[in-house]
Each structure stands twice: as C-alpha cells, then as structure tokens.
Design a protein around this ligand. Sequence first.
Ligand code: NDP
Length: 454
Amino acid sequence: MAIQTVNPYTNKVERTFDEMTEKTVDLLITQSAKAFTSWKETSYEERAQILHKVAALMREKKEHLASLITSEMGKLIAQSEGEILLSAAIFDYYATNAKTFLADKPLEPENGSAYIKSSPIGVILGVEPWNFPFYQVARFAAPNLMVGNTVLVKHASMVPQCAVAIEELFNEAGAPNGIYTNLFISGKRASALVSDKRIKGVSLTGSEAAGASIAAEAGRYLKKSVLELGGSDAFIILEDADIDKTVEWAVVGRINNNGQSCVASKRFIAVEAIADEFIEKFKEKLSNLVVGDPMDSKTELGPMSSEEAAVTIIDQIRRSVDAGATILLGGTRADMPGAFVQPTILTDLKPEIPAYYEELFGPVASFYRVKDEETAIILANDSDFGLGCSIFTKDIKRGEKIANQIDAGMVFINHPTWTQADLPFGGTKGSGYGRELSELGIQEFVNKKLIRVS
Ligand code: NDP
C-alpha cells in the first residue's frame, strides 16, 4: 500500500511519502532502544511534563490537526476536532495518574515482606489504524511512555500526514530523541519487525488479518501482544425503551465516523412490541441525513475513508442481497464523486447471509426483529466478535442483568458503546485481547517485578 494521502471526498492524491529503507528503520530502532536506557530512569514528573505539553500543543493546534484527519480519511470536521480533544485528554490522564497506577504494591506473604514493583520493559511497537488517527495513537503511546517504555509507531499508510504531525508534536514538546518514533513502512514489514530482539512487545488495532499476523509473530518470538480488532456490536431495544431517544442514539451509534468505528452499533435488535416504531423512525432519520463535504459543518454523513472501503461495503451489500437479504434503505453509492455510500439498512438476515457474521465497516445497519429479550441476547451473542454492546431500556436493573449475559468486553446501558480516557476499552473472541485506556491500559507492557525481603 502506497504511503499517501488520498482525499476520499475527491479521491485525489494529495501527498506521497517514501517508504523507509531497512537501514533507516534499523537506525531508528537502535535510537529507540538507546533512548529507553535513559527514559526508564526519568521520574514520573519528568515524563508527565512532556505528555502534558503534547496535550497542550494538540489543543493549541486543534483546527490544523483536525483538518489533516478530515482530508486524509474523511471524518466530519467537528468530529475530527472532538478526536483531537479526546486525544489530548488521554495524554493528560496518563500524565496525571500513572504514578498512582504504577506505585509499588505491598503484598502480605505468610512470612517476611514482599511487594510488586512496576518496571518498564523496553521498546514497544504500535501498529495503528486510520479510523481515529490521533486517538488510536494516544491510547497506545501515552500509557507506554508514562511506564518508561519507548514507542515505535507504524501508522496506517493512508494517514501519513497525521503520523508526521504526531511525531512533530513530541519534538515540539521537547521529548528526548527516540522516545516516540514514526515508521513509514508497510504492514508486512511491521509484522516482520516483531522478531527484532530490541522490540519487547507489540500492540495492534486493526483488522483480524493484520492482528493474526502480528499475534503469530509475537507468539513465535514469545513477546507480549495486545490486539484491538473489529466488532459487530449489538444494539438491543427492549419494549420499555424511550424510543425517540433510542433512535437518536441508534443514528449516532451507526454513523459516527461515517460508520467506520470498531465499536459502532452495527446490529440493531428490536423486540417485536416496538420493532415497527423503532425501524420506521430510524429509517426516516437515516434517510434525511445530509451527505456531503466533511469540511462543511452542515454535513451529517461524509465519505468513507477510501474508494476501496466503499467498494468493499457495496460488495458486502450485493452478496448479502444475492443470498436473500432485503434492503430497507439505500444500498448503493451516493450520486457524487468521492468514496460515498448511502445510509443503508439491511434486514431478513440469517446466518448463511454474509452481513449476518461479517463486520459492516461503514454506514450500513442490520436490523433484526425478535420475539423477546431472551432471543435478543442469543442473537447478540451469535457473533464472531465480542467488542461492545448496548441495551436500551428504562429498567436499569434489567439492563444490568442482560449485560451480565452478553459475551463482550464492554456493555453500555442506554448509550452506544463509547470511549473515554478513564474507561477500559477492549474485547473478547475475534475482537482481540488485552485492554487499552483506564488503569488497565497502562498495566499491559509492564514487568510486575516481585521484590521479596526475608
Ligand atoms: P488493517 O488491519 O489492514 O490496517 C490496520 C493497521 O495494520 C495499518 O497500520 C496497516 O498498515 C497494518 N497492517 C496491515 N496488514 C498488516 C500485517 N500483515 N501485519 C502487520 N500490520 C498490518 O485495516 P484496513 O485499513 O485494511 O481495514 C480493513 C478492516 O479492518 C476494516 O474494514 C475493519 O473491519 C478493520 N479495522 C478495524 C479497526 C478498529 O478500530 N478495530 C480500524 C481499522 C480497520 P497499512 O495501512 O500499511 O496496510
């Protein structure tokens, strides 16, 4: 994949970057490993100072950074600005809390005394996706840098300007050379890097194929890995839900980020009693969305991230319809240049139809009508993924009881699955393993060293 910006609103190539040679990458890994020897000796306060500065610079340059996101992957400009603020909040969160999260933990053994000391482990490789170009990097880099690890970031090839901008923020913040390094290399080369002795762990957010490739290498070379892969979140609507509010959230849950979020609500499961009312209102709202230029603040649905992404999802729709699915809305490309796909609703889905099990990474909702709560839970769990799920009901106790029966890493009651610095993020099954964000996210690439005093 060429390392270049192709604006999905116009499908025009705007900038191209050279891939790094083996020699350059080797030098950069050496530099990162060298930086680790001094970075691990710094105090939490020194590390926090750099991270707070990165956060402040992000806020200061919010408009410019947001425009890079929008031009590289088509996110609506207001959402791009929101992403910059969320990323800054993640840097501040870890800068403020890491010392507490990583403090020595006293143990109470039968005799003598002991405690657990959290120590950094070295250079960590992060392989990051294009869908949230700043946020995904923030949730990997901020905790690891506060631990005292150094990071190499192989960003998605289609967001190179974002990748460069993040590295520049670190330089401007006065970060020591080598603690944060951008690598312009292909995905395949990223997998091959895992074998490098200087790299001690790897974290990937992206597709199952890329995750499997990284995990295989990590397994072969006995290195710790964290994987955050796709999702096909269920959005369960019970008969006692506040329908108008639920419909509002259903639209946000499905089309935020132009439908390209791992935790987007993808499978809408309504119990019979309210199914008609829900689907009529949901369909109406989706059909009225303003589709167009992501830089225009009036636009409600922008292009997909690339022409290839648009072609892929149209193919999923076509294969599903050929296998018996019904289109309730949309189903085609929007009539304008760029990587646009109409807001779409598919129904009459069964396990043999592609859209039943495949992740729909775009503005395409699947709609299921079920007889009761129990059937809704069975259907929600009938997925190869286990990232998030949301349940809409006025009865919170009932929602919590259902949440206990859902096989996913995150369950939200009366809200689509969402993210913030102090809530853990991650999944089960095909959605990967490990957690990012919150206290859990900082404990992944840490040596929990036992110190025993007799
Ligand atoms: P990829 O998984 O291909 O890309 C994510 C990152 O992995 C990129 O940096 C990519 O590099 C890298 N990569 C690709 N192949 C390998 C490999 N063999 N070894 C190591 N790294 C690799 O996602 P796509 O952009 O192709 O999107 C395809 C699908 O992935 C989506 O439809 C969606 O289902 C899922 N996805 C999920 C995301 C999430 O948030 N969980 C985010 C993005 C995608 P490069 O860009 O150079 O190929």
